[in-house]
Design a protein around this ligand. Structure first.
Ligand SMILES: NC(=O)c1ccc[n+]([C@@H]2O[C@H](COP(=O)([O-])OP(=O)(O)OC[C@H]3O[C@@H](n4cnc5c(N)ncnc54)[C@H](O)[C@@H]3O)[C@@H](O)[C@H]2O)c1
Ligand SMILES: O=c1ccn([C@@H]2O[C@H](COP(=O)(O)OP(=O)(O)O[C@H]3O[C@H](CO)[C@H](O)[C@H](O)[C@H]3O)[C@@H](O)[C@H]2O)c(=O)[nH]1
Length: 335
């Protein structure tokens, strides 16, 4: 079966492609390279294509015998979505709907979807379960929740089977395969901490030190990107078995504060990492920790990386051996 990965040149998508290489699935990748890197795509047929382009999508679906789609392509920054919601609804919903329409036209009825902890907003219960109320606090979170609802409607009406994976904080790298996190601009905590260790930045800003948490800084659930990526294979297998559509959290079940992450990074790198208190970042909930019991029970998913320092070490190895990330090259087959 051919599996189409949208956003496969991005951080998580490139790790999903890496995990797909260990399976019998054939791989097709679409990415517009707005954020992604051609070099990060280690296998499969690559198309530089925007999901908004119906004609190109139609050609790709005509040229391949696609059996399922893993849909990661999206804009995904909470803060940016507060300032520019139009961009988020346009890309995550309108372009995403284009993809669904083309899938229906070509009778491709299986999707694994990248959702997010941001659908929960500021949750009432910790750890968060999938049945807890989703009250997104940002246009980004809402765009992902709306897409899940569209998928449920398409399942009811057309029998499109889906698995939606609500990722918590993806981090780490498959440094042995030569892939890692390279966003421009970078906004995520762990790469910024490591860039500070590399002296590419003077100091790290800690966004908020007066939250009602154990040390006043926000707590998040950090999950290694390869563990996350492996869950997509399990989700594909579930869809192939014609199971019911499902929504799963994907996190570690452990929470670490911003200060704890910085301290762990100091230990891993053995370097000074200067950090200073700063204003809260709008849209940040104080605590997000997943219960991932459902995916463990139903799909047998387990983490390989259970220790935060191990996870940071994989990211450190990637950043320290690729201080400029992937560089500037943006090549790829355009059709
Ligand atoms: N990084 C996280 O911690 C995290 C957490 C929760 C959910 N997610 C979700 O996971 C997915 C991947 O996130 P990531 O961190 O790898 O981001 P990323 O920006 O590295 O990857 C997204 C990729 O999609 C591509 N893309 C975006 N819009 C496109 C379009 N219209 N057409 C074609 N390609 C397009 C980008 O060029 C990029 O390569 C996103 O859907 C994001 O919302 C990420
Ligand atoms: O320079 C920084 C960067 C981040 N932080 C803090 O570190 C924590 C983690 O921030 P990230 O930006 O790394 O991650 P987020 O939790 O904001 O968001 C990530 O995980 C979410 C789900 O939990 C969403 O899906 C989103 O797409 C994804 O980027 C937050 O408390 C943030 O305020 C800082 O203090 N300083």
């Amino acid at each position: 079966m051919e599996v189409l990965v949208t956003g496969g040149a991005g951080y998580i998508g490139s790790h999903v492609v890496r995990e797909l290489m260990k399976t019998p699935y054939d791989i097709v990748v679409i990415d517009n390279l707005q954020k992604g890197h051609r070099e990060a795509v280690l296998a499969g047929e690559f198309y530089r294509c925007d999901l908004a382009d119906r004609q190109k999508l139609d050609e790709i679906f005509s040229d391949h015998d696609i059996g399922a789609v893993i849909h990661l392509a999206a804009d995904s920054l909470v803060g940016e979505s507060m300032e520019n919601p139009q961009k988020y609804y346009q890309n995550n919903l309108t372009a995403g709907l284009n993809l669904l329409e083309i899938m229906l036209e070509h009778n491709v009825m299986k999707m694994v979807f990248s959702s997010t902890a941001a659908v929960y907003g500021s949750p009432d219960n910790i750890p968060i379960e999938e049945s807890d109320t989703a009250k997104p606090a940002s246009p980004y979170g809402r765009s992902k929740l709306f897409y899940e609802e569209i998928l449920a409607d398409f399942d009811n009406a057309y029998g499109l089977g889906f698995v939606s994976l609500r990722y918590f904080n993806a981090c780490g790298a498959d440094y042995e395969a030569g892939i890692g996190e390279d966003h421009d601009p970078e906004t995520h905590l762990i790469p910024l901490v490591l860039k500070t260790a590399l002296r590419q930045r003077d100091k790290l800003k800690i966004f908020g030190t007066d939250y009602k948490t154990r040390d006043g800084t926000c707590i998040r659930d950090y999950i290694h990107v390869s563990d996350l990526a492996r869950a997509h294979i399990l989700a594909l297998e579930k869809l192939e078995e014609e199971g019911e559509s499902s929504i799963y959290n994907l996190g570690s079940g452990d929470g670490f504060s911003v200060k704890e992450v910085i301290e762990a990074a100091r230990e891993v790198t053995g370097r000074e990492i200067e950090a200073e208190p700063a204003e809260r970042r709008p849209g940040d909930p104080p605590v997000l920790i997943a219960s991932s019991e459902k995916i463990r029970k139903e799909l047998g998913w387990e983490r390989e990386y259970k220790d935060l320092k191990n996870i940071i070490e994989t990211a450190w190895r990637w950043h320290s051996s690729n201080p400029e990330g992937y560089g500037e090259s943006k090549t790829g087959k355009e059709i």
